[in-house]
Design a protein around this ligand. Sequence first.
Ligand code: HEM
Length: 217
Amino acid sequence: MQSPLSLQVRAPDATATRTHARLSVRLREETRLEHKSVEAACGLPGAVRHLSDYSSCLLDFYGIFSPIERHIATFTECSYLGLSMQKRARVPYLQQDLRLLNVDPDSWREAPAQALPALPQFAFALGALYVLEGSTLGGQIIMSALQAQLRIPVDIPGGFFAGRGEQTGPLWNEFRDALDVYGQQYPEASADVIVGAKRTFDAIGNWFNENNNRFSS
Ligand code: HEM
């Protein structure tokens, strides 16, 4: 693990800045296929027809986001990039929605260790954080489709899919800026960030595919 101090003092590599695309741009371009696969695997909004499907879907997100988020938070470098994991955590929203839906906490299952992405260093964890952060972007579209599709006379607890409300854009831009600073300072670590993101997308997609039979037929 790089020392926090080296993260603060190292000067940007000017050559790399000129000759390489920004890390945030590379991530978007190089994980496009993985995003498509995850979209297909989570089956949203089509697979969710009843309120029980919605709970199952949130349980699936909880099961894989929870251990990944905890793992990312062990890397102190997040705060040196100005990223507060407390502020960015998605799992509290999942927990809140599940509680409001009265889902028995005994059924809140976490993915086993072998199903999790390998994130041995901070660079890989930053790629995983990119995936979790990005999941705030599509949520509002998903939520309005779900509201229309479920046609039930109750408000669905939608804290998770609401993303960050009006703060979604600003917080995403702040995260992308932090990614690009990291990419400038550690161009040699960019490939690991992208691998971390791909591993995370794959782990999430596999987890959803494994749990697909939870949805009603
Ligand atoms: C059916 C489900 C999904 C839909 C419809 C969807 C939709 C979207 C949309 C519309 C954007 C672009 C937003 C923008 O450019 O302003 C986006 C970005 C993104 N989504 Fe999803 N998404 C889905 C599922 C997920 C999941 C489950 C994850 C991760 C766990 C994820 C991760 C990301 C990431 C990382 C980005 C950022 C791409 C970039 O770098 O610009 N998405 N999504």
